[in-house]
Design a protein around this ligand. Structure first.
Ligand code: ADP
Ligand code: MG
Length: 444
């Protein structure tokens, strides 16, 4: 069975499960899992969790539905395989593994995307590109950290094109699939068909381009595809977890092409945007958002989960699912009970003034000196460390805001300090230790 067939079957299992458990349970515990192996010998369907660190959570949750799952699997697969959740995709794949075609997630549309200051340009550029070829954004290069909505926007472009501009052809492909497909084509000597497929589209939507760094053949092929499409005035869209210039292992000629359009970044959302995303979700789930208990839950989640929207939504889903399962009301105490891990690891209590105090006391200087304009190294260096640590530990503080915290310094100065320490940490284990020590005093 190919990977794609496996995935299709699993999707059918989830549809059947809808008759047995609430949709929220499916969203929270089952949809995030990805099937990767079917073992006849063990009579098991193997799935992996979205994040290695979360597999124990999924493994435990799935236990509650094992018998329902096996029954549904029996209907779809014709055999009552049991399911096993693993940490990550493990060992060798079944022999006949074949790459799965990538497809669009129906939920990832422009309508369901909440725009905020962190992603406004990326959103506007994506809409503009979807509406028509846009020279300013060709290629459109979207970059930013994990879980910030890059794939969502890319799928939204695909949906828009297929619904409103149906004469235009698009292909959505992840770097992983593109690679697998090319290797397959080389093996089967069907390279020409592969080239034709990617060169006859009006839109090439290429997700997670950072992953092509490993293979020369892939880099070469992507370069040629780029040239062919670009010269024919076709629209190219890329996503990446970092800006073009940081794409190590990707040839300069590709990197310079990624910079031809204007690369657009997506930053972690601010509190207001995080709240808006949760409200939007609550509305889609049919909840009453004037309920103050619900608002309090959304608030505490939006306060705690700051840098990844996938985790933000995931935490909320877990609370909703738990409430549906047990009949408990959605309120703060339920949220705290369900999300112990979230609240433990994210120390939302750490604030800039604690960090300043901790750094100052480590270096035996005064906080007021740190905020002053003194430039002596004995003051400037701790100041830079404090800036770095606040930026890392308090994601709500932008560079301009940090400038205010340090005697009204210009944000470019702050950025310089931050980058200086960030780079130094990478090469100096000693500095890393110092920072860890200061962090420990914060958490104590
Ligand atoms: P990335 O590709 O950047 O890692 P995704 O596009 O997969 O992130 O987004 C992760 C999850 O967060 C998805 O479920 C997506 O729908 C949701 N999401 C991200 N940004 C937004 C947003 N601005 N509004 C609504 N949902 C969002
Ligand atoms: Mg993505």
């Amino acid at each position: 069975m190919t990977r794609k067939e496996l995935k299709d079957c699993w999707d059918k299992v989830l549809v059947l499960m809808k008759d047995r458990v609430d949709q929220l349970v499916i969203n929270a515990f089952l949809s995030p899992l990805t099937p990767f192996k079917l073992s006849e010998k063990e009579q098991k369907l193997y799935l992996y969790a979205p994040k290695e660190s979360s597999y124990a959570f999924y493994q435990n949750s799935v236990k509650n539905y094992l018998s329902d799952l096996t029954e549904c699997i029996n209907v779809v697969f014709g055999r009552p395989y049991s399911v096993e959740v693993t940490e990550k995709e493990t060992d060798q794949e079944p022999e006949d593994t074949y790459f799965a075609e990538d497809s669009l997630n129906p939920k990832y549309t422009f309508e369901s995307f909440v725009d905020g200051p962190n992603n406004r340009l990326a959103y506007a550029a994506s809409v503009s590109v979807a509406e028509g070829y846009d020279r300013r954004y060709n290629p459109l290069f979207l970059y930013g950290g994990s879980g910030l909505g890059k794939t969502h926007l890319m799928h939204a472009i695909g949906h828009y094109v297929s619904q409103k501009r149906s004469r235009k052809k698009y292909i959505y492909v992840s770097a992983e699939t593109f690679t697998a497909e090319l290797i397959e084509a080389i093996k089967n000597k069907t390279q020409q068909a592969f080239k034709d497929k990617y060169r006859k589209v009006d839109y090439l939507l290429f997700d997670d381009v950072q992953f092509i760094a490993g293979s020369e053949a892939v880099k070469e092929e992507l370069f040629n595809t780029f040239e062919a499409l670009y010269n024919a005035n076709k629209q190219l869209v890329f996503t990446s977890d970092r800006p073009p210039k940081e794409l190590n292992g990707i040839p300069d000629r590709l990197i310079s092409r990624f910079n031809w359009g204007l690369p657009v970044d997506i930053q972690p959302p601010e509190y207001e945007t995080r709240m808006a995303i949760l409200k939007n979700k609550a509305i889609m789930e049919g909840l009453d958002i004037s309920d103050q208990n619900l608002v309090a839950v959304m608030d505490v989640i939006a306060q705690s989960v700051v840098s990844n929207i996938r985790e933000l939504e995931g935490s909320f889903n877990r609370v909703l699912a738990h409430s549906t399962l047990t009949g408990e009301k959605i309120n703060l105490s339920l949220a705290k009970k369900v999300l112990t891990d979230v609240f433990k690891t994210r120390d939302s209590e750490i604030n800039p003034s604690d960090i300043k105090k901790a750094v100052a006391s480590y270096y035996k200087i005064k906080v007021s000196e740190m905020e002053s304009s003194k430039r002596a190294r004995s003051i400037a260096y701790p100041r830079q460390i404090a800036i770095y640590m606040i930026r890392e530990l308090c994601p709500n503080y932008s560079f301009p805001k940090l400038g205010e915290l340090f005697g009204g310094r210009d944000h470019t100065t702050i950025l310089y300090c931050y980058e200086k320490i960030r780079d130094e940490v990478k090469t100096s284990p000693e500095l890393k230790d110092i920072i860890e020590n200061i962090k420990d005093t914060l958490e104590a």
